[in-house]
Write a protein that binds this ligand. Structure first.
Ligand code: SF4
Length: 284
């Protein structure tokens, strides 16, 4: 949001397009935040009629089919109201990508990010906008400059600008505070202690601490992802493939979400590395 505001302040919004690649498992409040922010950026009256529908998005862990249908209608109505916001989706969620690619994503290989974010956004831009008349703006900030080269490489020959890597340097807390000035509530996942607002608090690039935070904040959703991981292991016929790993005395071991939860529930939290948060880096 702050990156888009920075660009809007410098260049206006006449030629601006906001591109959202939906993984279909985002937090309900991410959709609210995105709609509210896009409306603000384009100077539209607060889209209360759309915002109020976000709370009713069916939960990932209860009914994915109903959720897809709901999101598809919400996306159509949102882009009808805010045409410069393009809401696209590959049609699959991360677990469906893992199924198709026959591998569970982890901190080293995240096929979900590749398929649901990188490929689809590049394809969408390539089909509509020429490199010599398009600039790609990304929202990473000055603490993530190590990601810039990868993003530039990925988008070449398009020019890439990351406004938040430039002065004045702002911390995430500054950016979240800025939202108050715009009258927009910060996404709730930050209040729940998540380091990012992607995939509803799930992320195969997250670490043990990240998943314990999900367990504490939304046990049902954790249990859903726990069961999907076991389902994948069964499908692959392998137990040596997991999202998480743990290194003990220099040897790396797999760690299923079930094992992690059972340790936590049984009071063995001391062996869980709560500082192992991991990161998303979806567009790298
Ligand atoms: S946030 Fe994590 S789980 Fe979601 S698409 Fe990105 S890498 Fe995959």
């Amino acid at each position: 949001m702050t990156a888009a505001v920075r660009d809007a302040d410098a260049n206006g919004t006449e030629d601006m397009i906001l591109l959202f690649t939906d993984t279909l498992i985002e937090d309900k409040d991410l959709y609210r935040f995105m709609i509210e922010s896009a409306g603000y950026l384009f100077g539209l009256p607060k889209p209360l009629h759309l915002i109020s529908r976000c709370d009713g998005i069916p939960d990932v862990n209860t009914d994915m089919l109903a959720r897809r249908a709901y999101l598809s209608e919400l996306a159509a109505d949102t882009t009808g109201y805010i045409p410069a916001l393009r809401w696209i989706s590959d049609g699959r969620d991360p677990w469906e990508v893992f199924w198709d690619r026959r591998w569970i994503g982890n901190s080293r290989i995240a096929q979900c990010s590749e398929e649901l974010k990188q490929k689809i956004s590049r394809q969408w831009v390539k089909e509509r906008h020429k490199p010599d008349e398009t600039v790609i703006y990304v929202g990473i900030d000055w603490t993530e400059t190590h990601r810039v080269a990868g993003i530039e490489r990925g988008w070449s020959p398009y020019r890439v600008i990351a406004p938040m890597t430039e002065r004045p340097y702002l911390y995430k807390t500054d950016m979240l505070n800025d939202l108050k000035r715009y009258g927009i509530k910060a996404p709730r996942l930050y209040d729940m202690g998540f380091a990012h607002n992607n995939c509803g608090g799930f992320c195969v690039r997250g670490g043990q601490g990240h998943f314990i935070n999900l367990l504490k904040n939304n046990r049902d959703l954790y249990l859903y992802h726990e069961s999907k991981e076991l389902e994948m292991q069964e499908y692959l016929g392998r137990t040596d493939v997991t999202i998480l790993t743990r290194t003990v005395k220099g040897v790396e071991h797999t760690l299923t979400l079930r094992e992690l939860r059972e340790e936590w529930d049984n009071g063995l939290g001391l062996q869980v590395d709560l500082l192992d948060i991991g990161g998303c880096g979806c567009y790298v």
